[in-house]
Write a protein that binds this ligand. Structure first.
Ligand SMILES: CC(C)(COP(=O)(O)OP(=O)(O)OC[C@H]1O[C@@H](n2cnc3c(N)ncnc32)[C@H](O)[C@@H]1OP(=O)(O)O)[C@@H](O)C(=O)NCCC(=O)NCCS
Length: 156
C-alpha cells in the first residue's frame, strides 16, 4: 500500500543515526521487549500473532519503529477510526514506547509527529491517546507535544 505521508518510509530523521521504518514480523522480539517496558509483559510468540493481525489491516492501522544505528529503540502504533457523531475520521495512538536507555533524546516526539502525519493524510481531524492516570511523565510529554486533557477513560 503506497504511503502518501510526505515522509515516505523508510526515512531518515533529524536525529543523526535515527530512521523510521514500518515494523515487520521479524521485529517481534524487540517489540515484545518495548511493550513489556510499557507495562504489558509480552513474549515474542504473542507479538508475532498480534503483528500479523495488524499488518493485515494496512489501510487503517500501522506500526512504525525507530531504528537507531541499526537497533530498534522505539515503536508507535496508530489506528484510523470513525465517529458516528461527526463526518471527519479521527486517529488514535494505540501504543508509544521508547527503550528506557534511549529516552529524552527526542525519539518519542519524532515517532509521534510521523504518526500524526500518517493519520492526517488519511483524513483524521483529531488525534487522541489513552494514557493511564498514573503515567505522569507521559502526560507531560503529550502536553508538551500539544495534547490537552479532554476526558476520562472508564474501565469495567
Ligand atoms: C513517553 C515516551 C514515549 C517519550 O519518549 P521519549 O523518546 O523519551 O520522548 P522525547 O525525548 O521526545 O521527550 C522526552 C520527554 O518525555 C517525557 N518522559 C516521559 N516518560 C519519560 C521517561 N521515562 N524518561 C524520560 N522522559 C520521559 C518527559 O517529559 C521528557 O521530557 P524531558 O526530557 O524534558 O524531561 C517514553 O518516555 C516512554 O516510552 N515512556 C514509557 C512508556 C509510556 O509511558 N508511553 C506512553 C504511553 S501512553
Amino acid at each position: 500500500m503506497p504511503i502518501t505521508t510526505e515522509k515516505a518510509l523508510p526515512a531518515p530523521t533529524d536525529i543523526p543515526g535515527l530512521m523510521l521504518r514500518r515494523a515487520e514480523c521479524r521485529d517481534s522480539d524487540v517489540l515484545a521487549k518495548l511493550i513489556t517496558q510499557l507495562g504489558y509483559p509480552t513474549v515474542a510468540g504473542s507479538m508475532i500473532v498480534r503483528m500479523r493481525a495488524l499488518l493485515d489491516r494496512p489501510d487503517d492501522h500501522f506500526v512504525i519503529v525507530a531504528e537507531w544505528r541499526g537497533t530498534v529503540v522505539g515503536v508507535i502504533a496508530a489506528a484510523l477510526s470513525f465517529h458516528i457523531e461527526h463526518d471527519q475520521a479521527y486517529g488514535r495512538i494505540t501504543v508509544l514506547s521508547v527503550d528506557e536507555a534511549h529516552r529524552s533524546l527526542g525519539i518519542g516526539a519524532v515517532l509521534l509527529a510521523y504518526a500524526e502525519a500518517w493519520l492526517r493524510d488519511r483524513g483524521a481531524g483529531i488525534c487522541i491517546v489513552n494514557s493511564h492516570i498514573r503515567r505522569n511523565d507521559a502526560h507531560r510529554f503529550y502536553k508538551r507535544e500539544g495534547y490537552r486533557l479532554t476526558g476520562y477513560r472508564l474501565e469495567k
